[in-house]
Write a protein that binds this ligand. Sequence first.
Ligand code: ZN
Length: 336
Amino acid sequence: MKQFLKIGCLALFVFNVILSGCLPPEAFELEPSDCYEDETYVEEERTCYLTCELEGTCAEDPGLLGFFGDFLAELGDIVFGIPEDVNVLVTYDIKGDRPVDPVEGEPLSDIEDDILADSASHQKMWNEFANIIPAENRKQITQYGIFTDGEENTMAYVEPVQGAETEWRIVMDAVDAENKKEQRYTLIHEYGHVLTLNNQQVPFDKEANSDDAAYEAAFDACPRFFTGEGCANQSSYINAFFDEFWADIYSELPESQDPDEIYEFYEQYEDRFVSDYAATNPGEDIAESWTHFVINDRPSGNLIKDQKVQFFYDYPELVALRDKIRARLYSGDRRD
Ligand SMILES: [Zn+2]
């Protein structure tokens, strides 16, 4: 498959056409001398890949385990989700895998002024995401924005693009981008939402999202799991996840979504969740379980929280994606 992609890109360059996904981000424009000992230079993409990545054997690389060993232990508290009154400072379209055509918002403080002016760091933050998640797996993400709510708090969020809801926007906090481990954890988590809520998994229900009565009606009419975006497809990841792990306790989830009440709910079912934040709702739970699937070893226990991570091993395409992301995390870390 990889070979086909390369051939496609080469042909397009010959005809001087740029196709989305063909042009690698700037961080990938390397010289052969930039490659590490265990990397191989790929001329067409002007980048170095781990040799094990090209050969598909990275999952067996013992070096990976060392990198991930203390990954979670070093993490602080992370808050996900969309903060209230978010002031998006700039929004880019993603074309040819680069952020282009910035649309500026209105900075409301000196810090926001500085963030908006520093376009080099905008590119760098995008590269961080682009380097972790392969381009062919994030075609739905067509916009990229920057905001800040200060240090910690919300580090990033994703949302459907208004008016074009089959497409998604990822918005990152510029201040939090300094903390690489948390940033990467968050980017994998946010990508987990796009992976499980995109239009192929959950068709976006425009009407339901236009007013409360229509929403309630769509919720009631959905015979499967209703995510908020719409009624999940029968074969979607989130519908299977909900049936297996949430059907028996969903009615007990505090409707208020009040953090204290959610925490009580979490404490009641601690052995079901990989983190306290996962207890927020099934959507956050699958994103957190996905993140643990990517960065941790396969769990050997049989608690429900272990089963939630093992869930992803039933999908060969997700196991392949896990290997790719881990190889990229490992490779990127050594380039810092
Ligand atoms: Zn989330």
